[in-house]
Design a protein around this ligand. Structure first.
Ligand code: EPU
Length: 465
């Protein structure tokens, strides 16, 4: 599939500061001062997954009646989607913390400028396309935010929408998509099992005329949870082996009531924080099946865990940690979002670890700061040949070679993106001395109440303006 510059949806003029613009969900100060060297000990609760809750909110646009979403985390990405839904006339209320009621009865058009201003720090707006085409016959895509972890194009999304019969017009304002004759089921094969593009196809196909066959689909647990939501709404969707999903379009969908799947990226982040700091964290709400691959690597590195009824306890059992070889991959592989926190723990392991990032082309941006703190990490921009690799080689991959153990010392750093930023926080907690981390509001895109959680785990820190 050819990729044009607009389809790359990367606007270099949008700065990290704009992405981190304060929202009602962000903490008041934007600098985190950490005095490290203390193991994190205690318990944290993880709630619904950022990467499901935001999509489930968009799915509510497809229903004839109100939907109820439970276990919604209080993070700024949820706030962005909430304000966008509001702009489109969806009444969103929160009768209690963690519960959203989304009523799409009065859906109406919004303006480019309004959507552009609201979309700010999120990549979710692209997923409004299918539901808006069904409801209004038109969708607008502003400049897309999200973490700066590569070019993050949207060509798969636009090609899929075109396959359904949508017309894509690009202008200086953004992208206007219309469906003069409605959407019709299609045979689509994704060039790569993209999470977002799979969600795009699901949200478009459920009310399209006829059957859609999607090949090379992403099958992440959050996608399966979205399928469960759509089925509750009245959709007919089935999966077949080899990443194939069939969707039989239906005329009407109702609202849903659903409790979001837990945030496995947050769970893995706290697990790595326990390991790196030599601590012991019980992650309430974490479940084993969605973390199988992470747990294997955690054990191989030398971490201990105990799967309990209501969560998983992760701890450093003493002794030395072991180096590991890790390749990020689509599900059921090792998630790209897990590598950054794990790399901090690997700086404390004995020997040479190799981490291949094969999903995004630029997800090692956080490493420079770790090196400044004393870590021995070399990034190979074109990856490394390896005899033991499992994931087929991709053009965009990079490899990080981590040699440990190294003592980390405090440093000043700017949080670059969500997961990389959390890794900086773990590194600062592991390091001797004081660290200052700016751009803190980026963390609130995906980590709920993280300052309170850090406090409960005994971290020594303060937040400044
Ligand atoms: N890609 C294209 N063209 C497209 C779409 C994707 O080339 O049109 C490429 C991407 O550039 C990337 C690969 O396909 O190289 C995978 O991207 P994918 O579409 O799967 O990612 P996404 O849907 O944009 C979601 C999560 C990410 C998570 C990835 C991988 C959300 C909002 N984001 O992104 O989460 O890393 O899937 O699992 O669900 C995060 O939580 O911090 C985060 C970045």
């Amino acid at each position: 599939m050819a990729q044009t510059s607009v389809e790359s949806a990367h606007d270099a003029s949008r700065t990290a500061a704009q992405d981190a613009a304060p929202t009602p969900e962000t903490p008041s100060g934007d600098t985190l001062v950490i005095r490290g060297g203390k193991p994190l000990r205690g318990r944290v609760d993880v709630r619904g997954a950022k990467n499901l809750a935001t999509k489930a909110m968009v799915a509510a646009l497809l229903g004839d009646g109100p939907s109820i979403l439970q276990d919604v985390p209080q993070i700024s990405d949820v706030g962005v989607v909430r304000r966008m839904l509001d702009a489109y006339g969806v009444a969103v209320t929160s009768p209690e913390e963690g519960v959203l009621v989304l009523d799409p009865k009065n859906v109406e058009r919004a303006h480019f400028a309004q959507i552009d201003a609201l979309a700010g720090s999120s990549r979710i707006p692209i997923l409004f396309c299918g539901p808006l085409l069904h409801r209004l016959g038109e969708a607008l895509i502003p400049d897309l935010g999200g973490c700066r972890i590569g070019d993050r194009p949207i060509d798969f999304h636009l090609d899929a929408l075109r396959a359904f019969g949508a017309v894509v017009d690009k202008s200086y304002e953004g992208i206007r998509i219309t469906a003069p004759h409605g959407l019709t089921g299609a045979n689509i094969e994704l060039p790569y099992p993209s999470v977002g593009a799979t969600e795009q196809v699901l949200l478009s196909a459920v009310k399209a005329r006829g059957v859609t066959e999607l090949k090379n689909a992403a099958i992440e647990p959050e996608i399966m949870d979205l399928i469960a939501i759509l089925q509750k709404m009245g959709a007919i969707i089935w999966t077949e082996p080899n990443r194939t999903i069939f969707i039989e379009g239906v005329e009407r969908l109702s609202g849903y009531t659903h409790r979001s799947i837990f945030d496995r990226n947050e769970a893995a982040s706290w697990a790595s924080a326990a390991l790196a700091t030599g601590g012991d964290i019980f992650v309430k709400g974490a479940k084993q099946l969605e973390l199988l691959t992470f747990l294997n690597v955690f054990r191989k590195v030398g971490g201990a865990f105990d799967v309990q009824e209501d969560g998983i306890r992760f701890w450093h059992p003493g002794g030395t940690l072991r180096a590991a070889q890790v390749e990020t991959d689509v599900h059921p592989g090792f998630m790209t979002d897990w590598q950054q926190p794990l790399i901090v723990a690997l700086t404390q392991a004995v020997g040479t670890s190799i981490v291949h990032e094969t999903v995004y082309e630029n997800r090692f941006g956080f490493i420079d700061a770790l090196v400044e703190m004393g870590a021995d990490i070399v990034v190979h921009e074109d990856g490394l040949e390896s005899v033991t690799r499992r994931v087929p080689r991709r053009k965009l991959e990079q490899a990080a070679v981590v040699t440990g153990p190294t003592k980390l010392h405090g440093a000043n750093m700017e949080i670059p993106d969500l997961r990389g930023g959390f890794s900086h926080i773990i590194a600062a907690l592991t390091a001797e001395g004081e660290s200052r981390l700016t751009n803190l509001s980026l963390i609130n895109r995906g980590y709920e109440h993280f300052a309170e959680k850090l406090r409960d785990l005994g971290a020594d820190f303060s937040i400044e303006d």
